[in-house]
Design a protein around this ligand. Structure first.
Ligand code: AMP
Length: 171
């Protein structure tokens, strides 16, 4: 796992001063690392029934789509406003400064479907918490929230359903 951690590039002061950005593109670009990362994550869920993987725009799709394929699950998308063509369910949530909004197609989740939420990185947990609330409000059952990277010092997992958070690499 240390090898996977080492290949992630640190970019200081991006997108603004004081943020150390974890750039996963270096891991994705390395064939063996990308495959190992997806294999490790999917292995955890092979014994579970997962109906759909829900990817969070945009880097969550890179992980979510590969997981859905491996697990034989459907793939659904959470997007920024105005991108999804059909009727949507929306949710706004607080950021450090201001608010953000996410959308999902109203028919993407059927009542009782078992959903795996996927994103590249868990930071403060604000985004994933909003997505988890959307899934629950739409009648879905959250199997887990899985991330490639977790910034543990930000305690994002505290905002997510207890016992339903998994990350592969911790910083
Ligand atoms: P959060 O809502 O704070 O958990 O962060 C949501 C999204 O912001 C994650 O899906 C990441 O893609 C991105 N993000 C936040 N902080 C970082 C960071 N330090 N490095 C890379 N991506 C980040």
């Amino acid at each position: 796992m240390q090898e996977l951690k080492d290949i992630i590039r640190d970019v200081p002061d991006f997108p603004k001063k004081g943020i150390l950005f974890k750039d996963i593109t270096t891991l994705l670009a390395d064939a063996k690392s990308y495959q190992r990362m997806i294999d490790h994550l999917s292995h955890r869920y092979t014994a579970e029934r997962i109906d759909k993987v829900l990817g969070i725009e945009a880097r969550g799709y890179i992980i979510g789509a590969a997981l859905a394929y491996k697990l034989g699950a459907g793939m659904i998308l959470v997007r920024k406003p105005g991108k999804l063509p059909s009727e949507t369910f929306r949710k706004s949530y607080a950021l450090e400064y201001g608010t953000d909004t996410l959308e999902i197609h109203v028919d993407a989740i059927k009542k009782g479907e078992r959903i795996l939420i996927a994103d590249d990185l868990l930071a403060t947990g604000g985004t994933a918490a909003a997505v988890a609330e959307m899934v629950t409000e739409m009648g879905g059952e959250i199997v887990d929230c899985c991330f490639m990277v977790e910034l543990e010092f930000l305690n994002g997992r505290q905002r997510l359903p207890e016992g339903k958070v998994f990350s592969l690499l911790q910083f």
